[in-house]
Design a binder for this molecule. Structure first.
Ligand SMILES: Nc1ncnc2c1ncn2[C@@H]1O[C@H](COP(=O)(O)OP(=O)(O)OP(=O)(O)O)[C@@H](O)[C@H]1O
Ligand SMILES: [Mg+2]
Length: 220
């Protein structure tokens, strides 16, 4: 489902953020990516979600060859993945409902379908009563859950989550992880970057570790 072959990413100024990354994640797997701040987690996720291209190497995700992905295929690729960003990226002037509806609007769903799906997604993350609030009037954890609902509303085959519990208290973190495990049990491939070693230990899942742009631990 996700395959990297000899992937390098060098940012301007000779920052070697990814060095010779090889990895393979199968359909339906649940995998953690750990590593210190600056190790390359977000960079790796930006490659998987096609927000950026590698300097060299090949990447396949959900049947797409990302190094060859053109502008025309990009929207089709986007429909197959869900992304939870480290900084949420919610639109400030849109309500939680409107934020979550975006992936469905983009793919042209009818408004009755959007209404039903978005309300289901909001209920799933326990936010049905805040549907029509703007992000700035809800808590950080609620914004995080909105970002999760938005990433899942179009039922993607792959979910990439960059520090999905980074801003949550431990209890809420566990709840979010339970939710992500449930999503995986329903068939979605889930790949999560996190600093939280205790959380990773408790879950007993396949774990990859990145250190200074190199994958150093775990089955690749
Ligand atoms: N746009 C950019 N231009 C230049 N260097 C960058 C850019 N984005 C990231 N970097 C550098 O690449 C390296 C990897 O950064 P990345 O954001 O992938 O780390 P991270 O593991 O996600 O860290 P954190 O845990 O703090 O989120 C760092 O040295 C960072 O400074
Ligand atoms: Mg990061």
């Amino acid at each position: 489902m996700i395959q990297f072959s000899h992937v390098y990413k060098t940012y301007p100024g000779s920052v070697h953020a990814l060095k010779n990354i090889d990895l393979e994640i199968d359909k339906g797997e649940f995998v953690f990516l750990t590593g210190h701040s600056g190790a390359g987690k977000t960079t790796l996720f930006r490659m998987i979600s096609a927000f950026d291209k590698p300097t060299s190497g090949r990447i396949h995700v959900a049947g797409f060859d990302l190094t060859k992905l053109g502008g025309k295929e990009l929207p089709f690729f986007r429909r197959r993945i869900g992304v939870i960003f480290q900084d949420f990226k919610l639109l400030k002037d849109h309500t939680l409902f409107e934020n979550i509806s975006l992936p469905l609007m983009v793919r042209g769903d009818r408004s009755a379908v959007i209404q039903r799906r978005v309300m289901e997604a909001l209920e799933h993350v326990g936010l049905a009563d805040k549907a029509h609030q703007l992000p700035e009037f809800v808590s950080g954890g609620e914004q995080q859950r909105t970002a999760i609902a938005r990433a899942l509303v179009h039922q993607p085959g792959v979910l990439i989550a960059d520090e999905p519990t980074g801003n949550l208290d431990p209890e809420l973190s566990e709840e979010i992880m339970d939710l992500l495990e449930k999503v995986c049990a329903q068939g979605t491939t889930v790949f999560i970057a996190t600093h939280d070693h205790d959380l990773v230990k408790r879950r007993q899942k396949r774990t990859l570790e990145i250190e200074d742009g190199i994958l150093v631990g775990g089955r690749k």
